[in-house]
Design a protein around this ligand. Sequence first.
Ligand code: 5CA
Ligand code: ZN
Length: 413
Amino acid sequence: MRAWEAPSVPDVGGTGPRPVVHDTATGKPVDPTRGDDRAALYVCGITPYDATHLGHAATYLAFDTLGRAWRDAGLDVEYAQNTTDVDDPLLERATRDGVDWQELAASQIDLFRRDMEALRILPPDDYVAVTDEVERIAEAVAFLQKTGYAYSVPTPDAAGDDLYFDVNRPTESWALGDESRMDRETMLALSAERGGDPDRAGKRDPLDPLLWRAARAGEPRWETVLGEGRPGWHIECSVIAGDRLGLPISVQGGGSDLVFPHHEMSAGHAAALAHQPLAHAYVHTGMIAYQGEKISKSLGNLVTVRGLLDDGADPRAIRLALLSHRYSDEWEWFDAELSSAIRRLAAWDSWATAGAGHADDADDVIARIRARVADDLDTPGAVAAVDTAVAGGTRCTPELVDLVDALLGIRIG
Ligand code: 5CA
Ligand code: ZN
């Protein structure tokens, strides 16, 4: 599927350090490329039923920063992202609003593209709609059935049986490891909250996730090797990441609300399918709140990128406001975030055009920005490095302008 238009990224002399990122599975900072010249990134994409909010924007911006840091370190980056364009929340919203689910998805994906473009987020090389991959996903589920990882649960109201993944059948690797392992009660609660169905009768373990949903009356369906139906959620990401990037990938990314069950189960599926870990590192962004609660489509406390742009916000200021927070922190958006970013940007702009100060310091500032970004995407540290240069009388050179553009995605001056 078409992604969106790529922003220009200037060539900057020299190379930055290899980025290190926090891995949720081990709880440690790691180089997820393991010293390789190639980095493979998969980031879980949107479920397209409502406008892009600041939480989505911050998450995609964090992985955009990782991609920029990898490129700056001289690596080849391959990036795939899905869009969950068939799933319960999307279908429910379409029914609620009396619109066609495909039209709803298409219109929201279009909005998302425009928001990503406005924010100068690097597009994935492969932007993959789940609806284009159903046959492939069904084949993978059929393989899991053959190898004993998938079992059927009788589904009288459907065209066939639903299929579930057996979480207790051992695989070589369960991705998120001991560090993130939660107690069973927490896992059951999160599973119920995040798309699972622990109370469904007939499952071997309440935590077993759905792999394949047999067709019900009035629901979208595809004719596949499994009969008529549609895929479960986690398997889509395992199959798309494996097909497009090859396993193990360097980084599986998304918000912290995806740690369990989504990334845990995706990794379990990948291990059962390919006897490979899904990723060398699982990287998670913190949830952004507004009005005291996590911003979410279902809660409706949205601050949308589109809304801010329509109110006349400079997209660079939205970007800068988000970069002023550490990606892994949980934080709350206040309207003052934008005004303070606007002030900061104005100072940076006039610094870039003034041409005054000591040019000798510029290389140090460049090295400092690079070091901060490569250190687990410390963008607040990089922003502070620019602030210090602005306040301290460093002359802004064309190289500095290019580096700020290449790493932070903001063209100043
Ligand atoms: N389609 C699935 C992933 S396969 C999905 O979670 N879609 S989503 O539209 O609900 O979320 C898209 C991305 O935004 C996910 O990585 C999610 O973790 C992230 N996200 C959602 N809400 C927030 C928030 N308030 N703050 C930060 N990131 C968020
Ligand atoms: Zn996903």
